[in-house]
Design a protein around this ligand. Structure first.
Ligand SMILES: [Zn+2]
Length: 410
């Protein structure tokens, strides 16, 4: 199937064309791009879409996704110790909601169960259920014997903590076909008051995880708040590092030195949600927790601005999936890149598209000949007003792999 999209301004993943143009899609790829009046008018496409001067841009990439925590903008639900069949259906629901909001790719920040994301990814790739392209992750590993979170992911509760056990865990997760393995190097204050500041693993365990991941060919993902946790993660070769609120100057220098190898996911969305909305849901409501969260936001703003200045690959993806921060609000992260971290709207879009494609390790995230045709047609200009992307009604077309998931009205 060939589709010609004409009369659009093209945001290619870096900047917006100043004149209108046209893009030809053949199969699942972008075949030709041209600008100027009458561009590609000679093409013989099976379907022609008139963009009416709207913005054609790459589909969005979310770098910190949880599909089975239970809450979307359509259905609220608390995280819980649910069996795999329930988690799988929840994840399928949230995957569809993400695609409805223009997110054509998602990098998992931790599954709720080892098998669910593998099954979901296979179902999405076969076209059985709608959803973004998915990089799958293990569940979020705590050290054994810790009191841990208020809920336990299936199969997670009894695990030893020592270098050999951590190595075995990475091998086990790689063995079932997961692409990334996640470690909670610090606690989660939202579930275990004050624990963001607790370091949960010894350095030899994390270095062993790095060694095992390199051997097994999987990526490592770290939940990090403290400077020491960030430093250990970088030393161990983690690919994706989340949160980073309390990075000190040495941690920032290490992040900068590793910037060709790592991605940082600051997840501003969850930080704002925990500060402004969690207490309404009975979470983080004590005076100490409210104060901790207000300070956490201030630290994050400083770190986010610093990483932008240092040219670090800092990507949007805000831990959406909790009641105070449901899946479907994901584009709020782009807005927070602008409001908190000082990005221009075009820079924020670049992180969610071109850099997101590098994170996914696929030929996507750019409007570029030969790349996968994951494309959005947006009413308006998100390089002027990034908030345009928060309203899914502004997405006139959502295309994934050359297939129209949402076709524009004629
Ligand atoms: Zn997370």
């Amino acid at each position: 199937m060939t589709i010609l999209i004409r009369n659009v301004r093209i945001f290619d993943g870096t900047s917006l064309s100043d004149q209108t143009g046209a893009v030809l899609i053949e199969g699942d790829r972008i075949a030709r791009i041209a600008t100027g009046e009458g561009a590609l008018a000679d093409c013989d496409a099976a379907r022609v879409i008139d963009g009416h001067g709207g913005t054609l841009m790459p589909g969005l990439v979310d770098a910190h996704t949880h599909l089975a925590l239970g809450s979307s903008v359509e259905v609220m639900g608390r995280p819980g110790n649910f069996p795999d069949d329930v988690l799988a259906l929840t994840a399928a629901h949230c995957a569809r909601v993400m695609l409805d909001h223009g997110f054509t790719s998602a990098y998992s920040g931790g599954s709720s169960s080892p098998g669910v994301e593998i099954a979901l990814k296979a179902a999405i790739d076969k076209g059985q259920v709608p959803g973004p392209r998915l990089v799958t992750s293990s569940f979020e590993r705590l050290p054994g014997g810790m009191p841990g979170l208020l809920f336990k992911f299936p199969g997670r509760d009894v695990r030893e903590s020592n270098p050999a056990a951590v190595t075995h865990f990475v091998e086990e997760m790689a063995g079932i076909g997961l692409q990334a393995v996640k470690f909670l190097l610090n606690g989660v204050s939202a579930m275990d008051a004050g624990s963001n500041m607790n370091e949960q693993f010894y350095e030899d365990e994390i270095l062993a995880a790095g060694e095992a991941a390199r051997k097994a060919g999987v990526w490592l993902t770290a939940h990090c708040y403290t400077a020491d946790a960030i430093k250990i993660a970088i030393k161990a070769g983690f690919r994706v590092i989340y949160h980073c609120n309390y990075a000190d100057d040495e941690a920032l220098d290490m992040i900068e030195a590793a910037k060709g190898d790592i991605f940082v996911g600051l997840a501003p969305g969850i930080e704002e949600a925990d500060r402004d909305r969690a207490p309404k849901f009975g979470m983080m409501a004590s005076p100490e927790q409210v104060a901790e969260q207000a300070a956490a936001v201030e630290h994050k703003i400083r770190v986010g601005q610093e990483l932008r200045k240092r040219g670090v690959r800092s990507l949007p993806g805000g831990d959406y999936g909790f009641p105070q921060n449901p899946v479907g609000l994901n584009a709020r992260d782009l807005e927070l890149f602008v409001e908190w971290f000082g990005y221009t709207p075009a820079e924020a879009l670049h992180t969610a598209t071109a850099l997101g494609g590098v994170l996914m390790d696929m030929e996507l995230g750019q409007v570029k000949e030969g790349f996968l045709a994951d494309l959005l047609l947006v009413d308006g200009d998100p390089t002027q007003d990034i908030s345009t992307l928060k309203n899914k009604d502004n997405l006139r077309m959502i295309m994934k792999g050359g297939a129209l998931y949402k076709a524009p009205a004629a």
